[in-house]
Design a protein around this ligand. Structure first.
Ligand code: TTP
Ligand code: MG
Length: 345
């Protein structure tokens, strides 16, 4: 049966929650970044994007481009709460939900008879309900598969939706730039360009054998996706693979002692974010360090979850690097549930 998939993605999610909770921010350029000039933006609202600001931009650069930007610190509890309310709304319409992050999810609504079976009208209804009950806007993509639904949710952003009906798939993908394919980043796009491939239509000129010879296993994926073929089901048993927090310090930490001094607070932050996830089972702990010269390292080990374990990770990370530390990050990796289940048989 032809699937009906909706991909929902919140508009400037963290910034939207800030504008909802602090109405004086509305209409002004706002970025969520913490107040330190040494970090990067997590996101910014569309008013700020008009000045060229975007996620992952260094905060000092953002301020240079838009001196009146308002920098908001993170409030992860508020984002998580908004995310949970949105998930609860999804559950009113389907059980087959695959969250990709706090702010986006796939919904398989193939079996829904609401709105005479129109996934487009159902998506519109869900978007309106989220705006009314959660107070932020979301965009939606409606399509016969996950790949196209995700591309479509980005098509009329913000606060918009776009439907790719089965009859229009072929025409739609033909002009679609290859960099819209998930996994084709700037580097792969450059490489494809060397072969004269810029759109999915350009890929149609190459046989599957040619593509596999040239690009290995991903050649097959390119062949299929460029034709709008994607059979991946919406999987609602996906579990989170890891969780981490990090902090860029106002001034670099010059010594191991200074780094150790920052550990307790970071550890507390991690634990408070982990509170609800403990039952997932932790496989390993990791620590990320960024040095003054911007080089970075991540050390991961199977250790018990306590602050002493992070101390030993920190010692290992700093053993061979005698550089001041600019950023420290603490994380946990969860056990892989799928693998656990398989090993039962
Ligand atoms: P996105 O959905 O990528 O971005 P967005 O919701 O802010 O904006 P858009 O309207 O384009 O969808 O990410 C969701 C949230 O994840 C975002 O609000 C903040 C966080 N995030 C980061 O912390 N760092 C990042 O580099 C990105 C891309 C997102
Ligand atoms: Mg988003």
């Amino acid at each position: 049966m032809q699937r009906k998939i909706i991909h929902v993605d919140c508009d400037c999610f963290y910034a939207a929650v800030e504008m909802r909770d602090f109405p004086h921010l509305q209409g002004k350029p706002v970025a969520v970044s913490g107040t330190s000039l040494r970090g990067v933006l997590s996101t910014c609202n569309y008013e700020a994007r008009a000045f060229g600001l975007h996620s992952a931009m260094p905060t000092h650069k953002a301020v240079a481009l838009c001196p009146h930007v308002i920098l908001q610190p993170h409030r992860f509890d508020a984002y998580r709460e908004a995310s949970e309310r949105i998930q609860a709304i999804f559950l009113q319409y389907t059980d087959t939900i695959e969250p990709l992050s706090l702010d986006e999810a796939f919904l398989d609504v193939t079996g829904s008879d609401l709105f005479s079976g129109s996934a487009t009208l159902l998506a519109q209804h869900i978007r309106q309900q989220i705006e009314k009950e959660v107070g932020i806007t979301v965009s939606a993509g409606i399509a016969p598969n996950k790949f196209l639904a995700k591309v479509a949710s980005d098509w009329n952003k913000p606060n918009g939706s776009f439907t790719i009906s089965p009859a229009h798939v072929e025409r739609f993908v033909y002009q679609l730039p290859v960099k819209k394919i998930f996994g084709v980043g700037a580097k792969s796009a450059e490489r494809l360009k060397l072969f004269g491939i810029e759109t999915c239509g350009d890929l149609h000129d190459h046989s599957v054998t040619e593509l596999v010879n040239q690009f290995g296993k991903s050649g097959l994926r390119l062949y299929e996706l460029s034709r709008g073929i994607d059979d991946r089901p919406v999987s609602n048993d996906r579990t989170r693979k890891s969780l981490s927090i990090e902090h860029t310090f106002n001034t670099n930490l010059p010594t191991l002692g200074a780094c150790l001094g920052k550990l307790p607070n970071l550890y507390e932050t991690l634990i408070s974010r982990l509170k609800k996830k403990q039952d997932l089972g932790i496989r390993s702990l990791f620590m990320k360090i960024k040095y003054a010269d911007f080089r970075q390292t991540t050390i991961e080990r199977c250790l018990p979850l306590d602050s002493g374990s992070y101390q030993s990770l920190l010692l290992s990370a700093l053993k061979d690097h005698h550089q001041p530390v600019r950023l420290m990050g603490l994380g946990v990796r969860f056990k892989d549930d799928d693998k656990n289940q398989l090993s039962l048989f």
